[in-house]
Design a protein around this ligand. Structure first.
Ligand code: ATR
Length: 276
């Protein structure tokens, strides 16, 4: 195969861990290719995306603030991207058109299955937050067959409109009563920034979560948030946010470079050790 190129478009993009992630896989598989940070100002996004086939790029990832704008620019979208109205992975088709995908939800689920193999989608789930990350999470959980997804968000109205948009099995849950929402759940997911370095903690006593419940925090700075530390001390199964980032990258890498890579400890260490 000829030399292949991909990268990540963001503004700014210096914080992105994706070059370290894909660089590790490229080296491990001995692929003749590169994956580069692409700083692109929002007003130049369309030109930059249209330049991909011209420059010989196989595609790219998109990060903040480009995911929603890219959705409106690309020529084709998959179901996940259409549902989220956001694209995180672009693949240049042989005819030079751009295919937009969203792999965040699949990254979320693959990491859950790998980290909590006993988890089954047969009990309610409590999801905290109603932003872009929550949309990816609830769509995937609904597809997986979860019978009831309780959405609790600081701004209750946003939870209500998300539940209305997605319909069954979503159910808005009052933020003030979020701890009651743990009753009977097999899983609770934090999709807010609470618990991230520089942010307040998420206040959530876990007493009502069943003993075999899983606690998933999509925040990964720090890797063990106060919520996950509390869950671990209680003997609950915990799932951190880094694996979601690693797993969402697989589909793009496979499409651009022709190898389906694995997510393992060496990759985690390579990404954690990179200075973003
Ligand atoms: P993302 O796309 O990364 O999910 P977002 O759309 O900005 O980001 O969503 C951030 C989420 O974190 C929202 O659910 C937000 O709640 P609001 O809808 O009420 O804004 C939640 N969030 C942010 N700061 C919060 C805080 N201090 N307390 C509770 N929730 C907070």
């Amino acid at each position: 195969m000829s030399f292949r190129m991909s990268g990540v478009m963001g503004w700014p993009v210096g914080h992105s861990r994706s070059p370290a992630l894909h660089g590790h896989w490229l080296a491990r598989h001995g692929i003749a290719g590169t994956y580069v940070p692409l700083p692109v100002q929002p007003e130049h996004l369309e030109q930059a995306l249209r330049a991909l086939p011209v420059l010989g790029f196989a595609g790219c990832n998109l990060t903040v603030p480009h995911k929603e704008a890219a959705f409106r620019i690309v020529d084709h979208v998959d179901r996940a991207a259409a549902r989220l109205r956001a694209v995180n992975t672009v693949i240049v088709r042989p005819d030079g058109t751009l295919e937009g995908r969203n792999t965040d939800g699949e990254g979320f689920l693959k990491h859950l299955e790998a980290s909590a193999p006993a988890w089954r989608p047969d009990r309610p789930v409590l999801v905290l937050g109603a932003g872009g990350a929550a949309r990816a999470v609830v769509g995937t959980l609904a597809d997986a067959g979860v019978p009831e997804i309780r959405i609790a968000n600081r701004t209750d109205a946003r939870a209500a409109s998300l539940a209305e948009e997605f319909g069954t099995p979503l159910r808005p849950w009052p933020w003030a009563k979020r701890e009651d929402g743990l009753t009977g759940c097999g899983l609770v997911v934090n999709t807010t920034q609470l618990g991230m370095v520089g942010w307040p903690e998420l206040e959530l006593a876990l007493d009502r979560l069943p003993g075999d419940g899983v606690v998933y925090d999509i925040v990964y700075t720090p890797l063990e948030t106060p919520l996950l530390a509390e869950a671990r001390q209680r003997g609950l199964t915990t799932v951190d946010g880094l694996g979601m980032l690693l797993h969402q990258a697989r589909a793009g890498f496979a499409a651009w470079f022709g190898v389906d890579p694995t997510v393992d400890e060496a990759l985690r260490q390579a990404v954690l050790g990179s200075t973003p």
